[in-house]
Write a protein that binds this ligand. Structure first.
Ligand SMILES: *Cc1c(COP(=O)(O)O)cnc(C)c1O
Length: 429
């Protein structure tokens, strides 16, 4: 497969765009090589500008749950575009999407749309601090909540990939109020609260960690967080930017039966357009400006194109309820890959839930970031490159989640497993 056009495009992009990409995870730094430039996508496939076809497991890093360019969504967006792109005044579309979300997630009584998950997490923290009049926050190692200054401490995703958990450019004073605990370690959390509970504004957590690879919460982890935060008057924030409407119609919290005080959503709820939100109890959300004194704003928040894309996407998901079938397809793929890897004597562990999975090159199934860091990233790089060469586009890092969509077919799954079988044979430990 040729890569000439992509190579030339990257050289050209580097002349104008910092590092040639608008988000670091798009570069292939962690695995070596240059990124592909994408021409178009349809269903489970993407096509680069050299005309190569790939089965895509990045799914725009989460949003593309219906597959690429779903006709109904594209048509609806086109229609709304003809009426104008943005007004900076309310439209009915915002209420339409908000109503759907509030109906689907009981803990959200009021919400505010923003344009990125980063903004949602940042605003949720400000609100939690405003509500509790406390300053300290708790996050977990390997969880990523966007590139908010005070949350870029031992974060996952791109930050993990580059072994550079704390970004430069963040004053020590900002990070001073961020307390970092290991994911899945409820004792550590209990001990911390015994000592400092009265100063902690909130605990923010990915209820399924997706930004250090897919890591499931231990059985009582999330309910214990709920109990501890209630006991000490801290707020619990579920960052469901990744998991919202991906595991079930609603949040992962629906399945767990847990009501966080604030929830962040993004990715799937915009169906590929820039939509995110934070929302929660009426009492908490009433502090947001203009009702309250916690300021937060956005020129393009609730943008009509983004709203209609979200509305159409959610309506399709509600109607078709693809979640069980997605989980079954994902299970088949993840276990199939694991089996082929083991046959080639590779240390592989498949972690999966819903339509998310990671194949860890690790002797033991990781349950937190320390364990993920013991995975063999050079084996992963060989695997990634072999799959790419044979038409399978995986996230270019061991510390990321693969996403399936409703458009992935049995044939895609079988092909992916068949290709992996050959790729694994060529990997030398
Ligand atoms: C992607 C992600 C974010 C950041 O969202 P952006 O839209 O990229 O700013 C925040 N939290 C989680 C859990 C995410 O997966």
């Amino acid at each position: 497969m040729g890569k000439k056009m992509s190579e030339a495009a990257f050289l050209e992009a580097e002349k104008y765009i910092a590092g040639g990409v608008d988000s670091p995870v798009r570069a292939f730094k962690a695995v070596g090589g240059d990124p592909l430039f994408i021409q178009k996508g349809k269903g489970s496939k993407i096509y680069d500008i050299d005309g190569n076809e790939y089965i895509d497991y990045v799914g725009s890093w989460g949003p593309a749950i219906l597959g690429h360019a779903p006709e109904k969504v594209i048509d609806a967006v086109r229609k709304v575009a003809e009426r104008g792109l943005s007004f900076g005044a309310p439209t009915i579309l915002e209420t339409e999407l908000a109503r759907r979300i509030i109906k689907a997630i009981p803990s959200i009584e009021r919400l505010r749309f923003v344009s990125s998950g980063t903004e949602a997490a940042m605003s949720a923290l400000r609100l939690a601090r405003g509500f509790t009049k406390r300053e300290d926050i708790v996050k977990f190692t390997g969880c990523y909540h966007g590139h908010v200054d005070s949350l870029l401490v031992e974060a996952g995703s791109g930050a993990a990939t580059f072994g550079n958990p704390t970004s430069s450019g963040i004053p020590k004073d900002f990070a001073r109020h961020t307390i970092v605990l290991p994911y899945n370690d409820i004792d550590a959390c209990q001990n911390l609260f015994k000592e400092l509970g009265e100063t902690i504004a909130c605990v923010i957590v990915e209820p399924i960690a997706g930004n250090m690879g897919t890591i499931l919460p231990n059985e009582n982890f999330l309910s214990a967080l709920r109990e501890i935060t209630l006991k000490y008057g801290s707020l619990l924030i579920f960052d469901e930017v990744l998991t919202g409407f991906r595991i079930t119609y609603g949040g992962y919290q629906n399945l767990m039966g847990i009501r966080p005080d604030i929830t962040c959503l993004g990715k799937v709820i915009g169906g590929g357009m820039p939509v995110a939100l934070y929302g929660g109890r009426k009492e908490v959300m009433s502090l947001v400006s203009p009702q309250g004194d916690v300021y937060q704003a956005g020129t393009l928040s609730g943008n009509p194109l983004a709203m209609i894309s979200g509305i159409e996407t959610l309506d399709i998901l509600r109607r078709e309820n693809p979640y069980l079938s997605l989980h079954q397809t994902t299970e088949k793929l993840a276990l199939g890959l694991e089996e082929e890897g083991k046959r080639s004597n590779l240390p592989v562990k498949a972690s999966f839930i819903g339509s998310m999975f990671t194949l860890f090159f690790c002797d033991k199934m990781p349950g937190n970031f320390d364990m993920v860091n013991r995975c063999d990233t050079s084996l992963f790089s060989m695997y990634f490159k072999g799959m790419l060469k044979n038409g399978v586009y995986l996230p270019p890092s061991q510390f990321e989640t693969n996403f399936l969509s409703c458009a992935h077919t049995e044939d895609d799954i079988r092909k992916t497993i068949d290709i992996s079988k050959e790729v694994f044979k060529d990997i030398k430990r």
